[in-house]
Ligand binder design. Structure first.
Ligand code: KG4
Ligand code: ZN
Length: 351
């Protein structure tokens, strides 16, 4: 391996963002492009898989060309092609992965099949050089809500997950109930600023329970009941919902910390990490436990391709002899970061 930094091209298409980025192993984002599909999905109040796959297919090729142009480099200058291979909406994942395979084949460069969650999990290390391993990671997005111990590149121990809804999903559904539209998280956060977080009594599901798992379905139903009662202003419901969610996060993280052993840093990643109130509460928790706190900048928190390219860089650095994933590798709608994690008994799952 040469001593010059690697350049990795990253492709992300697992949900409703089409994204391409060029990232170096010395943490420079040479170029990145991202196209949101918000407008396409907004009329339906959520992501429609078929529409998403088609939009990825239309946008990806011109974006790949644009990113190479932006960086002023050629495909031949790239050391590897990293593409999200799951988990996610299978049609979209296939579009991105097939594009990655075609580029790898055309250029003779290795393909790196990246787990989207690993992209989120490692993205804080792209943002912050000082962040070493291990760290305690709260991964909170639209599809996932987990606490992980990031022990090494490729080694993730899942300490907790949600037994029903992910937190981003609860934000999105609450936004829908309150008539705020899609995507809901930022809209709930903005409305919450105008409300009283103590005005509406809402539950804190699983607070105090023995294992650090999450549950948000009951909170979402309580938001629906509060709204339907007609007794509360939407801003008060938004603020109270956000506070209840934060109380759950803090309680569950404290539980995880008490069982997982010491971790020098607390890291948050995933779309919900863009929420300033959530960040503030986590920062306070970290300081109480004398832990370093790292939250990547907003653009690295929501879905993006720089985190996929960076996961590729981490893989190349961790495995210098890595020759690439096989080109017949399949896209995976489900792909747990910790295959050893025990299934969780929860809503709809019998003991
Ligand atoms: O990581 P991400 O972009 O996509 C997934 O992999 O799911 O996360 C998107 C999720 C959505 O549920 C969105 O509502 C939520 O992150 N989100 C937020 C905020 N910004 C995005 N939730 C709360 N507050 C925000 N400011
Ligand atoms: Zn994501």
């Amino acid at each position: 391996m040469s001593s010059r930094p690697h350049i990795v091209l990253g492709i992300e298409s697992s949900c409703d963002e089409t994204a391409v980025a060029l990232v170096t192993s010395d943490r420079r984002i040479l170029a990145e492009r991202i196209a949101s599909q918000e407008e396409e999905h907004a009329p339906y109040g959520g992501v429609v898989p078929e529409i998403a796959a088609r939009a990825h297919a239309e946008r990806l090729a011109p974006m790949l060309e644009a990113v190479l142009n932006d960086a002023g480099i050629k495909l031949a200058d790239v050391d590897a092609i990293a593409a999200t291979a799951g988990p996610g909406l299978i049609g979209g994942v296939m579009v991105g992965l097939v594009s990655g395979k075609a580029l790898a084949m055309a250029s003779g460069k290795p393909l790196i099949a990246v787990n989207h969650l690993e992209g989120h999990a490692l993205s804080p290390r792209l943002a912050d050089e000082s962040l070493g391993l291990p760290y305690l990671l709260l991964l909170v997005s639209g599809g996932h809500c987990q606490i992980l111990s990031v022990e090494g590149v490729g080694t993730y121990r899942r300490l907790a997950t949600t037994i029903d809804d992910a937190l981003g999903e609860a934000f999105d559904k609450s936004a829908k109930i309150l008539g705020l539209g899609y995507p809901g998280g930022p809209k709930v956060e903005a409305l919450a600023l105008e409300g009283n977080a103590k005005a509406v009594p809402l539950p804190r599901p699983l607070k105090g329970s023995k294992e650090p798992h999450f549950s948000f379905a009951g909170l979402k139903s309580a938001v629906l009941r509060a709204h339907e009662s007609g007794e509360h202003a939407p801003a008060d419901i938004a603020a109270s919902f956000q506070q209840a969610a934060i109380d759950c996060l803090i309680d569950r993280l404290q539980k995880a910390l008490s069982t997982a052993g010491p971790h020098p840093a607390l890291v948050v990643a995933g779309g919900v990490a863009a929420n300033k109130a959530v960040r503030g509460a986590l920062e306070e928790l970290a300081s109480r436990h004398a832990m370093q706190f790292v939250a990547p900048p907003m653009k690295l928190c929501t879905d993006n391709a720089a985190m996929i390219a960076w996961a590729g860089c981490e893989r190349l650095s961790a495995e210098p002899s890595f020759a690439g994933d096989p080109l017949d590798l399949k896209a995976r709608p489900r792909w747990p970061l910790d295959p050893e994690a025990e299934p969780v008994r929860g809503a709809g799952v019998k003991a």
